[in-house]
Design a protein around this ligand. Structure first.
Ligand code: FAD
Length: 379
């Protein structure tokens, strides 16, 4: 008998898995098709940062909603997502950055976050080995921190299967079957899956798919590197994940070592996801200006991946205009790990005719004709 589902979720990254799990909790028949192994896309490359410090209200609210899931992970999904609230500390070195943090903290607190501004003395207590002469102020989110994307994927796949979602790995979606402007099914190499609804949770690979439907969605792949140093001289083990808005570089302790990255936002879009160690000296130079002790440390490794960036650095969530039955949940612009559980709730509510738990009109796929304001907290 040909396969059928109420909803086919295309893409088994953290977003697709969270969407599938939420849909199944509403008793829908759900099939996830993942062309490789679940989590093999950007999810596997994420550092696992979770933060409520954003300039766009929708991002703050998505993070706050998702935090509930990260805190209750083992009850909701089984397994351990490794949520560690080490905090995020943003450092401002110009008056306009101070203003950004001031406005940001006001917005974040109005949304329910416990974030606050820090003066230089308070920052010095967090970062005793750092050079801070140029730092004017900071902001701190005590519930921000880290999770483990690998464990998240493993537990979500298991939770989906336990709940009755059919998760098909090594199964690419090769075509979307349309008739009269409506979706009728999804084609895979093993045959068709009849469905009235498909959710494209295909991350950085979404635009090539919508282009086959004649729709341009500006989700662009951007190369991103993460570095690991073997030691972290002068960086306390309980130091928060620190983002230097001046240089764009961030760092956080990792066991005896340090994870760091950022500072490479201006690159052109492209599909290269290999690690280029030759780029490390430039980032290390920026890092050691702030953390002089790090000149004694050695680079011990790193990795790279693709971030799925949009012009306003906001995700794309909702129905594709002009075609009935195709929804998008992609383009989370480097925040998809932290937002995925909330996105799952939102998409499931939309597809089941419920009021979504938060207003996501800012993520509408049809918004790109308008003039957009970029998210301020991207690094
Ligand atoms: C270096 C790096 C660091 C990052 N750090 C963070 C961080 O600290 N915090 C954070 O929140 N985010 C971070 N991100 C971003 C985060 O990784 C992404 O936003 C998130 O993983 C997006 O999840 P996704 O499920 O939308 O996409 P993906 O994980 O990319 O999943 C999409 C899936 O779709 C599949 N697919 C594509 N086409 C098809 C098809 N035709 N048929 C079937 N399957 C298909 C792919 O194989 C892939 O598995 C980082 C990204 C990178 C690269």
């Amino acid at each position: 008998m040909p396969a059928s589902a109420d909803v086919v979720v295309v893409g088994g990254g953290i977003v697709g898995l969270c969407v599938a799990h939420e849909l199944r909790s509403r008793h829908l028949r759900v099939i996830v098709v993942e062309r490789g192994r679940c989590g093999q896309g950007s999810t596997a490359r994420a550092t696992g940062g979770i933060r409520t410090q954003f300039g766009a209200e929708v991002n703050v609210r998505l993070s706050l909603r998702a935090l509930v899931h990260f805190r209750e992970w083992s009850d909701r999904y089984g397994g351990d997502v490794g949520y560690r609230p080490i905090g995020y500390l943003f450092l401002a070195t110009t008056p306009s950055q101070v203003e950004q943090l001031r406005r940001g903290v006001a917005l974040q607190r109005a949304c329910g976050a416990r974030n606050r501004l820090l003066d230089r003395d308070e920052i010095a207590r967090c970062l005793p080995g750092a050079v801070l002469d140029d730092v004017l102020a900071g902001s701190f989110g005590p519930d921000d921190g880290l999770g483990d994307p690998g464990s998240a994927t493993t537990s979500l796949v298991a939770a989906c299967r336990r709940a009755g979602v059919e998760v098909r790995e090594d199964t690419p979606m090769v075509d979307l079957e349309l008739r009269g402007g409506r979706l009728e099914g999804v084609t895979t190499p093993e045959g068709s899956i009849a469905a009235d609804v498909a959710v494209l949770a295909t991350g950085a690979w979404t635009s090539p798919i919508t282009r086959t439907l004649g729709l341009e969605l500006p989700i662009e792949p951007h190369h991103r590197q993460v570095y690991r140093a073997n030691a972290a001289p002068g960086v306390p083990g309980d130091c928060p994940l620190t983002v230097d808005l001046g240089s764009g570089v961030y760092f956080h302790p990792d066991g005896q070592g340090l994870i760091f990255g950022g500072g490479d936002r201006e690159g052109e879009p492209g599909w290269d996801d290999r690690f280029h160690p030759e780029e490390a000296p430039r980032i290390i130079e920026l890092l050691t200006r702030r953390l002089p002790g790090m000149t004694e440390a050695e680079l011990s490794g790193g990795w790279a991946g693709l971030r799925e960036m949009t012009p306003d650095d906001l995700g794309v969530v909702g129905p594709l205009p002009g075609i009935e039955g195709i929804h998008v949940a992609a383009g989370f612009s480097g925040h998809g790990f932290m937002h995925a559980p909330a996105v799952g709730e939102v998409v499931a509510a939309m597809l089941c005719g419920e009021t979504p738990p938060l207003d996501v009109s800012a993520l509408d796929p049809a918004r790109f004709q308008r003039r957009l304001r970029p998210e301020a907290y991207v690094f």
